[in-house]
Design a binder for this molecule. Structure first.
Ligand SMILES: Cc1ncc(COP(=O)(O)O)c(C=O)c1O
Length: 346
């Protein structure tokens, strides 16, 4: 039995960052720590935002950086959501959205997601109806969504975003699973009130570096002023992030392993009587299990050093969200759950 604790409860990436990221830290120039960044002398905000701008074709003035996506989301709400104004959020979504709305006296209103046989789906009609009825100041769309794992297909996304034109729309793409950036410029050019938020935490396995980035439509200049750091960003983090961007093969390879392992989860956990495993476009999967198994299974896994996210939310109360770990960790989780049902807990 394993004694080492394996955390698969916060959607981190247990493969770790690309080797080139470690090389940056090993070879770091200590003067980077004592001096503010001087990128402005070359006419750019920072080496990282300039690089992200180049990779996406978005003008650097429209690329924002923050202390994780978390920080960008909070600052956006603080900048635009007034007291008693409404923020629309998906019915099943990251709890943090409601928290940041409540911190400024805003009111969160949920829009529906439907539950199909093997996946959650955005309900486009439902979203638009809630939008028309509630007249929100802001709308959050999370794709892929945490904790349900479903994403909005690009044509649907464009259609629905275009109808929200009186609100500020924040598209949280923290779980952009394949690191693709090809549609970003078109979207932010077409939709002046749109903010697309991404992070180095998940796909790039750099959660501990706290680097978020975002792309803004032309109307959001107030946000860019609010978020801007006149003394620069975290110089080492930026260099580590650049090394990650320079390591596409590494990230393609580990994402490939996780994609294959998802299939093992669907097949092997999906065949346990009473279990449902929802298809996911992210680095985690959501499962629904018999309620009576929740506590004993959690204890059984914990004893084996396996920490999964057993959900305790009103709508998701007999569910486990499992972060995809390394191949070895995923096998341990599946085998431990099977062992539980094979009666080892009796
Ligand atoms: C949907 C969603 N958005 C944003 C974040 C925060 O990411 P970051 O680490 O960049 O702050 C998380 C973290 O789990 C998340 O689940």
């Amino acid at each position: 039995m394993s004694t080492k604790t394996i955390y698969l409860d916060r959607n981190e990436n247990n493969y770790g960052p690309a080797p080139a990221c470690f090389a940056v830290l090993k070879n770091a120039d200590l003067s980077d720590l004592s001096w503010y960044d001087r990128s402005f002398t070359s006419g750019i905000k920072s080496i990282l935002s300039a690089r992200i701008a180049r990779d996406t074709g978005v003008d650097e003035s429209r690329v924002l950086l923050g202390y994780g996506a978390e920080n960008i989301l909070k600052q956006t709400v603080q900048c635009y959501l007034r007291k008693d104004a409404k923020l629309l959020v998906p019915a099943y979504s990251w709890w943090y959205y409601k928290l940041i709305a409540s911190e400024v006296g805003g009111v969160s209103v949920e829009y529906p997601l439907t539950i199909g046989r093997d996946r959650f789906c955005y309900d486009l009609q439902g979203m638009m109806e809630v939008y028309r009825r509630e007249k929100p100041a802001m709308v959050f769309v999370s794709t892929p969504n945490n904790p349900t794992g479903n994403a909005l297909a690009l044509p649907d996304l464009k259609r629905v975003l275009a109808t929200f034109n009186d609100a500020i729309v924040v598209m949280d793409e923290a779980y952009a699973y394949h690191g693709t950036v090809d549609y970003i410029k078109d979207l932010v050019d077409a939709l002046p009130n749109l903010l697309i938020v991404r992070t180095f935490s998940k796909y790039y396995a750099l959660a501990g570096m706290r680097i978020g980035f975002a792309f803004m439509g032309a109307n959001l200049t107030a946000l860019s002023q609010y978020i801007n750091r006149y003394l620069g960003y975290h110089r080492l983090s930026e260099e580590v992030a650049l090394a990650a961007l320079d390591s596409p093969e590494y990230y393609r390879e580990i994402t490939g392993y996780m994609t294959e392992d998802k299939e093992a989860y669907y097949a092997e956990l999906g065949s346990i009587p009473g279990w449902r495993v929802f298809k996911s476009e992210a680095n985690f999967i959501l499962t629904e299990i018999p309620f009576r198994d929740k506590e004993p299974l959690q204890a059984f896994l914990k004893e084996r050093g396996l920490i999964l996210k057993f959900m305790n939310e009103p709508l998701l109360n007999s569910h486990i969200r499992i972060t995809l770990g390394t191949r070895e960790e995923n096998r341990m989780v599946i085998d431990a759950i099977k062992a539980y049902y094979a009666g080892e807990h009796a």
